[in-house]
Design a protein around this ligand. Structure first.
Ligand code: NAD
Length: 248
């Protein structure tokens, strides 16, 4: 039980990678605050274990500050934050981009991470311990199907992971990122369904050395590793969990 007695927050926990991460943390003994936009979605996704729900929009700093306060009021500390909430807007060439989409994607994917680093970071700074794991993407390493704003937001998450690791390292607080490849979740369902029906050679799935899509649980395993004491000497890193997508 790697997370016995520990308190964790998981954002975007009503679906996909976040839901799998919350379930694994709870199964490994953590008290988990699951965060997503809608209370009903959180209620439907609550895993077994000691779990609280907190509906909040991670792109809104005041709501994130209130979430951090609620967790500290209930459990007195924060040991791990999985900054995982994210949105994508599909691919259009830059010439056709709607800049309102840019504001939404950067607001959730990048500001959302910064808000928790700031407010939960202060709690961890005082404690003298803690770990953040930010969900970036292979799209932040090289161009991906998620589009311009999405790739820029995820490259920003990788950079923010490094700078925040420098700011917090002196307080024994680690900050890392995972970079998932193509994972079957609500975010990618439409594109994967299309590929299954129309792409008989499975070109999309074979864009990685393992020649298959990943499962949310395979990303959750990496997030939990980086959040745990097993990764006690790892900080400022962005770990591709992509079936070898970025290896070739
Ligand atoms: P998902 O759509 O299944 O889950 C994302 C969750 O984030 C949803 O429950 C959604 O409601 C929540 N969310 C969105 N905006 C929010 C906001 N403003 N405040 C709070 N919650 C919000 O998608 P997923 O694939 O599980 O995505 C999880 C993370 O993984 C995202 O950051 C995504 O960019 C990243 N990622 C996914 C893939 C993939 O192939 N699925 C690949 C690389 C990176």
């Amino acid at each position: 039980m790697r997370f016995e007695g520990k308190v964790a927050i998981v954002t975007g926990a009503a679906s996909g990678i976040g839901r799998a991460t919350a379930a694994r943390l709870a199964a490994e003994g953590a008290k988990v605050c699951i965060v997503d936009r809608e209370q009903a979605a959180l209620d439907a996704a609550t895993p077994e274990g000691e779990v609280m729900t907190h509906a909040c929009d991670v792109s809104d700093e005041a709501q994130v500050e209130a979430c951090v306060k609620a967790v500290v009021e209930k459990w007195g500390r924060i040991d791990a934050v999985a900054n995982n909430a994210g949105v994508s807007r599909g691919y259009q060439p830059i010439m056709e981009n709607d800049m309102e989409d840019w504001r939404t994607v950067i607001g959730v994917n990048l500001f959302g991470v910064a808000h928790f680093l700031k407010h939960a970071g202060k709690v961890m700074q005082e404690q003298g311990s803690g770990a953040f794991v930010n969900t970036a993407s292979v799209a932040g390493i090289r161009s991906g199907a998620g589009g311009n704003a999405y790739s820029a937001s995820k490259a920003g998450v990788i950079s923010l992971t490094q700078t925040a690791a420098c700011d917090l390292g002196g307080y024994n607080v680690r900050v890392n990122a995972v970079c998932p490849g193509l994972i079957e979740t609500g975010m990618t369902k439409r594109v994967f369904d299309y590929a299954r029906d129309n792409d008989k050679e499975h070109k999309l799935g074979s864009r990685c050395e393992l020649r298959r899509y990943g499962k949310p649980e395979e990303i959750a395993a990496a997030i939990c590793f980086l959040a745990s004491d097993d990764a006690s000497y790892i900080t400022g890193q962005a770990l591709p969990v992509d079936g070898g997508n970025t290896a070739s």
